[in-house]
Write a protein that binds this ligand. Structure first.
Ligand code: CTP
Ligand code: MG
Length: 381
């Protein structure tokens, strides 16, 4: 079995991207771009070349991954690759795949095609895609002349090589500036074959490319279907010494009447959640005629509605509830209620809001005959 090594060059400054960190350490769909790129090469030994002074950033981005020691790169991509290749001398592989950290969307298919071309006996393999746009070249006088796109291709990475040959090429031509490794390989007379690249294997170069990469990844944060729905519920006071409100047992001069524990707050949220996915209302899923739900704790209803949202691929992003009553006072319990709701729905506290109002003595809530609750929920599908 030939031995492969992957060399990922991540020593650039990402000047064109103008992000706060060098682009390879910026978050892409929830993870540092470099981490995504490294993980695209599962099953391979991945050597990462980082820039001088990027140790802390790299350690954070790659935390928990089982990788060989990081290599320090140089001032140009070419130099970073050469230093990376030199670092492998002691434990030289047969083949090396050289890849840009800035191409996190590389697929297993492209990697396999490059590897297969090397195993088939080529000195090098280059993934490319045909140029699809009509091309023009800017001339010295400012005019743009048409360049036929026929037979024009765009080069990508990983570019694969017989390790000893590409190392020799880099050493010999270190003083000749080129933009990729195949260019050096050709200077050194290596035979390089073309393999199919992929359009989605973009090089994240400018800031806008982050959004494009996220869309190509199918990241739900990138384009999503945002849904909102409301819920409303009322329960009547009855004899008792406590009520359940937003998942919390609150001592009170009365209880609330209901088939379940009569938690108006949780019922309103449950209805709003069902509303986000067009799934009817709480009465449809938990009919009051069903003995199973007699005295039931309402967090079970909420939990059920939340899992219905989740099975549809939905993510609950915000919950806002207004409790309408003269008494009990909600303020002293607000924080504990937020914690309960956040726990049931698996949300951060900042995504849960509880408000309360009286109705200035007016209406049934003003007459202290019951409590009303209204909720609005946001779901990303
Ligand atoms: N690279 C490197 N060492 C350098 C320069 C670039 O390892 N001295 C790496 C980059 O980290 C990137 C890849 O080479 O993964 C392709 O380079 P590019 O997209 O140009 O990245 P940057 O050089 O970082 O970006 P810019 O040119 O906009 O500054
Ligand atoms: Mg660059």
């Amino acid at each position: 079995m030939p031995r492969f090594a992957v060399l990922i060059v991540a020593a650039g400054k990402g000047e064109r991207a103008v992000t706060s960190l060098p682009k390879q350490y910026e978050t892409l769909a929830g993870q540092p771009m470099l981490r995504r790129t490294v993980q695209a090469f599962s099953g391979y030994t991945v050597h990462v070349v980082i820039g001088p002074g990027q140790d802390t950033l790299a350690a954070a981005a790659l935390a928990g991954l089982d990788l060989p020691a990081l290599i320090t790169g140089g001032a140009t991509r070419q130099e970073s690759v050469r230093l990376g290749l030199e670092a492998l001398v002691q434990d030289a592989p047969d083949f090396v795949l050289i890849h840009d950290a800035a191409r996190p969307l590389v697929s297993g298919k492209v990697v396999a095609a490059v590897a297969a071309a090397l195993e088939a006996g080529h000195d090098g393999a280059l993934p490319m895609v045909a140029a699809a746009d009509t091309l023009r070249r800017k001339e010295a006088d400012g005019h743009f002349t048409l360049v036929s796109r026929d037979n024009l291709y765009r080069a990508q990475t990983p570019q694969g090589f017989v390790y000893a040959k590409i190392l020799a090429a880099h050493r010999k031509h270190a003083a000749t500036e080129v933009t990729d490794d195949v260019a050096l390989a050709e200077l050194a007379g290596l035979t390089v074959t073309m393999v199919e690249g992929e359009e989605k294997n973009i090089k994240v170069t400018c800031k806008e490319d982050f959004a494009l990469a996220e869309i190509l990844m199918g990241n739900p944060n990138a384009i999503s279907d945002i849904r909102t729905a409301t819920g409303y519920d009322v329960h009547k006071f009855t004899a008792g010494d406590h009520i359940w409100l937003c998942g919390l047992k609150v001592p009170h001069s009365h209880g609330l009447e209901g088939h379940s524990d009569a938690d108006v707050g949780l019922h309103a949220i449950t209805d709003a959640l069902l509303g986000c996915i067009g799934e009817g209302d709480i009465g449809m899923h938990f009919p009051p005629t069903d003995e199973r739900w007699r005295g039931a704790a309402s967090w079970k209803f909420l939990d059920h509605a939340a899992s219905m949202v989740q099975t549809r691929g939905g993510v609950i992003t915000h919950v806002d509830v207004t409790l309408i009553c003269e008494r009990p006072k909600v303020g002293p319990h607000r924080d504990a209620m937020k914690v309960k709701i956040a726990e049931i729905l698996g949300l951060e506290l900042s995504r849960v809001s509880i408000k309360a109002t009286t109705t200035e003595g007016l209406g049934f809530t003003g007459r202290r005959e019951g409590i009303a609750a209204q909720a609005i929920v946001t779901v990303r599908l």
